[in-house]
Design a protein around this ligand. Structure first.
Ligand SMILES: [Zn+2]
Length: 174
């Protein structure tokens, strides 16, 4: 059972009131994330817990799950990724305050205490959790596609550390 998520939130007020948000966020609405995806079908499953800790830091504990489709950079075919983000973000206004932050937190930088789009923080965290180079776990292309390139790399390395070249340079120093 899921309630509808609000479009905008006031994170500081949510923290003061110790509120929770839970619901589904359609991936198609996350345009920055969509640039990395093969398809925007489906939803992100969102759980957010807002609190203030014992030293007065407002924070959000988030759990975002989404099954997304990306393109494998090796075989260029679509593949499924299960994103599962767990984050603990302290709300901060002004970058100077990051230094004093307890180390269990990552900073959630806010410009001011105005309401913000709920999806922005979720989208940031989901994008951060994407692999830099998405690839199938299994060998999705036959080995011989790669062998030529690897041999060339090996040759270049040998030339660079040739012992004869080393000796030559020692001789000239004397
Ligand atoms: Zn692949």
């Amino acid at each position: 059972m899921h309630q509808k998520l609000p479009k905008e939130i006031d994170p500081f007020r949510l923290a003061q009131n110790g509120l929770k948000l839970e619901g589904l966020l359609p991936l198609v609405g996350l345009s920055r994330l969509a640039k990395y995806l093969h398809s925007t079908e489906g939803n992100a499953d969102i759980k957010m817990d807002f609190e203030i800790d014992e030293i007065g830091t407002p924070y959000m504990r988030g759990e975002f799950k989404a099954t997304v489709s990306v393109v494998c950079e090796r075989c260029m075919q679509p593949m499924t990724l299960n994103l599962d983000v767990k984050c603990l973000l302290a709300m901060i206004i002004g970058e100077r305050k990051i230094e004093g932050l307890a180390e269990q937190y990552d900073p959630w930088l806010l410009e001011n205490s105005d309401p913000i789009l709920l999806k922005s923080v979720i989208e940031d965290e989901l994008i951060l959790s994407l692999p830099l180079v998405p690839r199938h776990d299994e060998a999705c292309l036959p080995d011989d596609v790669w062998s030529v390139g690897e041999e060339e790399v090996a040759k270049v390395t040998e030339e660079r550390i040739s012992p004869f070249a080393m000796l030559e340079s020692l001789k000239t120093k004397d």
